[in-house]
Design a protein around this ligand. Structure first.
Ligand code: 5GP
Length: 181
């Protein structure tokens, strides 16, 4: 049971589903007839991306990018490295980046600059979670699911050492999980 490792649940599955419906309505209004390229950042954004795109009622395309900034630790390394690039040419496209969480903002700062350099027509960000206290780079999301406090969270795509991504809610781990590693 994964739940036995969780100290507290911060955001329930129901909260997330409800927020996805609200964000989906906004995104539908903002992207109708634009055929946006929705870019999921692997692997953490996958559960949220699957939910949010099914709430957007207009044509869109999907692509994925994998970048690393964290390794297996709970503190940012400050480095961003491309592990898997997009398959799609972004020139002239309206891009919507889907993220699991924005902490320092380094990952998205890097990606927004990269996509602008590649001549995307517009670049916007939708993130499930925002940790405003962690910000180092001046970046803000255009659409935010929930603000979270400055603690390490797991679930709904977010991992600790690659585990807990499949938890259907966002929560905080018991301290003993870190101590045993
Ligand atoms: P940033 O570049 O904004 O500091 O970090 C973005 C990435 O760091 C996220 O996509 C996520 O992979 C990881 N990250 C930041 N905060 C957390 C957290 O509280 N929990 C987990 N599991 N990952 C986090």
């Amino acid at each position: 049971m994964l739940a036995k490792d969780i100290e507290k649940v911060l955001i329930t599955r129901e909260d997330i589903q409800k927020r996805c419906v609200e964000l989906g309505a906004q995104l539908t209004a903002d992207y109708t007839d634009k055929n946006p390229l929705v870019v999921g950042i692997l692997k953490g954004a996958v559960p949220f991306m699957a939910d949010i795109v099914r709430e957007i009622d207009t044509h869109l395309e999907l692509d994925f990018m994998d970048v690393s900034s964290y390794g297996n630790q709970t503190v940012s390394s400050g480095e961003v490295k491309i592990i898997k690039d997009l398959d799609t040419n972004v020139e002239g496209r309206d891009l919507l980046i889907v993220e699991d969480i924005i902490d320092s903002g380094r990952t998205l700062g890097y990606l927004v600059d990269l996509f602008k350099y590649r001549k995307a027509k517009s670049v916007k960000i939708v993130t499930l979670l925002d940790k405003p206290e962690g910000r180092v780079v001046d970046i803000h999301a255009d659409y935010v699911g929930f603000d979270v406090p400055n603690e390490f969270v797991v679930g709904y795509g977010l991992d600790y050492a690659e585990a807990y991504r499949n938890l259907p809610y966002v929560g905080v781990l018991k301290p003993k999980i870190y101590q045993s590693n």
